[in-house]
Design a binder for this molecule. Structure first.
Ligand SMILES: CC(C)(COP(=O)(O)OP(=O)(O)OC[C@H]1O[C@@H](n2cnc3c(N)ncnc32)[C@H](O)[C@@H]1OP(=O)(O)O)[C@@H](O)C(=O)NCCC(=O)NCCS
Length: 227
């Protein structure tokens, strides 16, 4: 018997789904911070702060404190923009999941994975705004304790089977992920998605840290390597 159950979304799942999304999103903050520190301007700023403080105050300790302060400011900025990103998701399709995914004119749906009455995974599909005529896989997330056991694959399989039924007018399922979501990239490669576009997210904070976004696509009716 399967240790999880995948079923359609119900209104009572709303807060658990929103919580899972927020937690899954937030856990990438550390990677974004590291990405920020890798940028040439960050390193230049760190060296500049160190040497300027040393030059003006002749204090090694002062330089260390200055560098620490700058690192703290970058960390706070990353946290701030992450919270903004989370709030954006929560105020868009996740604000009213039933309305966004299940009362749509086009075929779209939202599923949850349940274990002993708790929501431990989610996935949804919607018509893609960026590519009219295609579907978009969204909000794939699995609770940390339940990862590495094929649950995300099973959720994707459910979405792929759903869209396969509508083969014909819509032929592509696409999704967007980013350079910091390495687990997700491995998952998409494994189930037959192909990376077809790479771009820097068009916002100032994303440009500052060179946050690359990848667009993946899956031909509906093509083979998903999911059992
Ligand atoms: C990306 C994410 C959804 C993957 O969830 P997951 O349930 O761990 O994914 P899976 O278990 O299906 O696959 C992960 C690994 O477990 C392996 N695995 C272990 N047991 C398995 C089983 N019984 N069946 C299938 N795969 C199994 C898979 O082969 C895969 O191996 P890999 O490390 O070589 O890639 C999860 O890491 C997550 O929620 N991250 C945070 C949110 C996020 O970043 N979402 C992506 C948005 S674009």
């Amino acid at each position: 018997m399967q240790w999880y159950q995948i079923r359609g979304y119900r209104d009572a799942d709303s807060s658990a789904v929103r919580m899972l999304y927020s937690t899954g999103f937030r856990e990438h903050a550390g990677n974004v911070y590291l990405l920020a520190l890798k940028q040439a301007w960050t390193r230049a700023a760190l060296c500049g702060i160190f040497f300027l403080i040393y030059l003006f105050f002749a204090s090694f300790m002062g330089s260390i404190i200055g560098v620490g302060g700058f690192l703290l400011v970058v960390w706070v900025a990353v946290q701030y923009f992450f919270e903004q990103g989370i709030q954006l998701g929560l105020s868009e399709d996740l604000l009213d999941i039933r309305k966004s995914y299940m009362e749509n004119d086009c075929p779209s749906c939202f599923w949850v994975a349940e274990v002993k009455g708790s929501i431990v995974g989610t996935v949804g599909i919607l018509p893609c705004v960026e590519e009219p005529g295609a579907w978009e896989l969204k909000r794939i997330s699995v609770k940390k304790e339940f990862r590495g056991r094929g649950l995300a694959q099973a959720l994707c399989k459910r979405a792929l089977n759903f869209v396969a039924k509508y083969q014909g007018p819509v032929e592509r399922l696409v999704l967007f992920t980013s350079v910091i979501q390495s687990d997700a990239q491995k998952l998409y490669d494994r189930i037959g998605f192909v990376k077809e576009k790479e771009f820097v997210w068009p916002s100032l904070p994303a440009r500052l840290i060179d946050l690359k976004v990848f667009k993946y696509a899956h031909m509906i009716g093509g083979h998903a390597n999911v059992k």
